[in-house]
Every structure is written in structure tokens, then in C-alpha cells.
Design a protein around this ligand. Structure first.
Ligand code: ZN
Length: 258
């Protein structure tokens, strides 16, 4: 790697939910070469926590406000305050559809997802999307919304076919620890057909620890383990994969813009 500095971005980590304080997690992330981090909320309370953390580390952490599909029924209570908070946030999310766990009724999930997509369109902000067993409906809504690379499919697990279809919409993919699991060949085949210049790396801290640390809570310092697998899949060296995914995160999220 000829001595150049390798710098990564963690495009999705819930720093408020980590096993340790954000400060400790950020120290270890810095030592691992993680330059910037995106901290998305999952509801009103955690979106406010994300704003606080980003305020404490303005040169390293940006934040997003949104309502997770599991809690979509809370939009009735939280929607107005979340919509106001979203106008201040760097991005919207995480939001989306989860037809695997179905913790909120699907029609409610859909309405609340569309509300947040509309805000993304009207405010011109990136939106972080959770998609579990809901590819058809997310595809339909993103095709209508036309957000291009500002639509970020987080912790992407779609197979190669869906990856190609979504790639044709110009979306951004974010790959998490699953890509390191021996059983997750589908995710690696998805990464292989995703355009590297439209991809980011995330930990989804504290969930989905990469294979080498599956016994531990996940943390941003593990980003290079996930990025290393992407580098293999893309036939790049580590520095090239880090630079490519960092450039995507900077473009889509505006890291480093003052
Ligand atoms: Zn998440």
C-alpha cells in the first residue's frame, strides 16, 4: 500500500446503542482509520441522541433523523416533531420497510416510508433505507421518488438480480458485516455486481458484527474488516476500496464539506 494513509467511513452506526460510550468507540475507530461516521436514529428519542453525539464530535460525526419501519405506528405521535428535526439533520433515516418481522402493519409502514421519501425529495437530503423482504415495494417507491444516489440501501442483502435493478435507478448501496459471513454468498455476489463507485461500508453498530468478532458487539473500528471483503470481491487493494467507498460517502452525505 506504499505507505499512503487508508481512511474509511462508517456509513451507518448507532453510536447511542453501543456497548460503550461514543467517545470510546470513536477513539478506537480513529485508530482503525475510520475518518467519518454517520449516526442515524430509529425514532424521535434516538434521533435526538444522534444529534447530540454529532454535536459533540462535529468534525467526525454526522447524523440522521427518521422512523424505523418497526415503529411506523409511532408516526402518529412523533411524525410532526421528526419532520421538524429532519430539516436540521444531515440525512433522513433510518426508515424503510420490514416485511420479515412485520412489527408494524405493512400499510402503515408504507405510508410512513413515503412520508419520509417525500421529505427527502423536497429537502434534497439523502435518505437511509432499511429493506427486508420488501424489495418490490421499495423498488416501486424509489422509482417514483427518483432520488438517484441520495437513496441509500443500507445493510444491503438483495441478491444480484435486485442489485442490478436497483443499480439502474442510480441508488447507493451500503454493505454491512454480513458480507464477511461464510454463509452469505448471495451478499458477496450482490457486491460483485454493484458499481463500486456507488457503494459504502457500514457496521450497523452494535448489530451484525463481522465474522472475526461475532462474539462481540459491533463497533465502527470493525469497518476495515468489512471493507477488506469488498476489496477482495472487487479485485481491489484495501487502499483503493477505502478510497472508493470514502469518495461515495463524501459525495452522498457531504462529509468534509464546510
Ligand atoms: Zn441501523
Amino acid at each position: 500500500m506504499s505507505g499512503e494513509t487508508v481512511r474509511w467511513v462508517d456509513s451507518h452506526c448507532h453510536l447511542f446503542a453501543g456497548a460503550e460510550t461514543p467517545g470510546t468507540l470513536l477513539d478506537r475507530a480513529a485508530a482503525a482509520g475510520v475518518a467519518w461516521l454517520m449516526c442515524p436514529g430509529i425514532d424521535l428519542e434516538t434521533s435526538l441522541q444522534s444529534r447530540l453525539i454529532a454535536g459533540d464530535y462535529p468534525d467526525r460525526v454526522i447524523w440522521a433523523a427518521g422512523l424505523h419501519p418497526h415503529d411506523a405506528t409511532n408516526w402518529a405521535d412523533q411524525g410532526a416533531r421528526l419532520s421538524a428535526l429532519i430539516t436540521e439533520a444531515d440525512a433522513i433515516g433510518e426508515c424503510g420497510l420490514d416485511y420479515y418481522r412485520d412489527l408494524s402493519p405493512r400499510p402503515v409502514q408504507r405510508i410512513v416510508f413515503r412520508e419520509q421519501l417525500e421529505l427527502a425529495g423536497s429537502l434534497g437530503k439523502p435518505i437511509i433505507i432499511h429493506c427486508r423482504d420488501a424489495f418490490t415495494d421499495i423498488y416501486e417507491d424509489l422509482e417514483t421518488a427518483g432520488l438517484g444516489e441520495k437513496a441509500i440501501l443500507h445493510s444491503w442483502t438483495g441478491g444480484p438480480k435486485w442489485t442490478k435493478r436497483f443499480a439502474a435507478l442510480g441508488v447507493t448501496f451500503s454493505f454491512a458485516g454480513m458480507v464477511t459471513y461464510p454463509t452469505a454468498d448471495t451478499v458477496r455476489r450482490a457486491a460483485a455486481v454493484a458499481p463500486p463507485e456507488r457503494c459504502m461500508v457500514e457496521t450497523d453498530t452494535p448489530y451484525l458484527s463481522p465474522q472475526a468478532h461475532r462474539d462481540l458487539p459491533n463497533e465502527p473500528a470493525f469497518v476495515p474488516l468489512i471493507g477488506g471483503v469488498l476489496a477482495d470481491v472487487w479485485g481491489m487493494d484495501i487502499a483503493q476500496a477505502a478510497a472508493t467507498t470514502l469518495a461515495t460517502a463524501c459525495r452522498v452525505f457531504g462529509f468534509g464539506d464546510e
